[in-house]
Design a protein around this ligand. Sequence first.
Ligand code: NZQ
Ligand code: ZN
Length: 384
Amino acid sequence: MHNFTFFNKTRIVFGRNTIASLMDLTQPYHKILMVYGGGSIKRNGIYARVQDALQGKTVLEFGGILPNPEYEFCMRTVEICIQENVDFILSVGGGSVLDAVKFVASAVRYKGEDPWDILEKGAPVSEALPIGCVLTLPATGSEMNMNAVISRQEKGQKLAFSSSEVLPVFSILDPETTFSLSPHQTGNGVVDAFVHVMEQYLTYPVNSPVQDRFAEGILLTLIEEGPKVMKTPDDYDVRANIMWCSTMALNHLIGSGVVQDWTTHMIGHELTARFGLDHARTLAVVLPAVMRHQMKQKREKLIQYGERVWNLAGNEDAIDSAILKTRAFFEQMGLPTTLGDYHISVPECYGIGRILVERNGKIGERRDIGQSEVDAILKLAASV
Ligand code: NZQ
Ligand code: ZN
């Protein structure tokens, strides 16, 4: 196992009726900005529940954050925070709203000239406004992690940053808030969480049996609960299990001390920036292609994955079946697994490998994926 530091300060408040605890949780703060998305929280009653819970407190609000949150919109939120002297931001929504809030909280306190440098140049975030979250879509793990992903359409970019300063002070996870999710968003969430685990697990062994078994436990639970949630979306227990899986999949725990990949996500973000595909839908297309392309490099873990997660024979012959089973699971969750399904051709993807390598150097756990390898992965993804 490699050396690591694990730090996570987020208080998780999980279960039914937990939105009511907002008053206690926000007790130290005086002026709160509540940020939300395109309006789902008004339709499903969560907006009213948050307002009720915070009655008597000074709460401003700003809605309209869209999926794949946009830099310009974030900067308008920054202005409000500064003008109104806000001392706490509350995100009510999915990963997009929360990621926007994380960036806003950083930009408000940013001492440099241009906050975009946090994303483009990796400028460090040394301070941020405190933030909290009422999560309505289990998927990203943003509710208990240091990451945020922001898009800038005018530049065709979708970039991530990471800082312990943006770990939420608390996150309220009430599985009932997820009953109103469409099958489309529910499936997206399950697949995103699944791929988060895979990016931290499917690399090469470093003798980390606890991390491996945590990871396999999350994968097995998603495989069990995923089909159930599509059939019985109002089952509280199923929703609760999926919600906790998504948080555990990307809260830095299973990734501690192990080697990570993130190739699928990097290529996926470029596909979203270029074609507007949902985040999880890019992953369902790219991961099977990465598994196939990197079969030799990931051999040992692929065999372990096949054996422990899919009950396959623990040998090389099972790798192909493990990839097919992964694809079948994504498709069962309603996510297509080829670029062709979205009518995207290989030539339309040209340049993605160059952009990624210019920005990051070679990628993959062995830093062996360069421009031509990304092109080859996209070619495989066209019709794996
Ligand atoms: O905007 P509203 O009206 O709220 O509707 C949203 C949105 O249209 C809707 N929704 C959310 N909760 C709902 C609901 N509809 C009905 N009932 C509810 N309870 O769902 C739609 C999608 O929401 P969004 O927040 O965009 O989805 P998600 O949580 O999947 O977030 C995706 C974003 O997170 C980034 C992705 O790249 C993408 O930008 N990621 C963030 C990560 C992180 N911070 O660690 C890691 C991930 O890998 C990912 O990159
Ligand atoms: Zn993801």
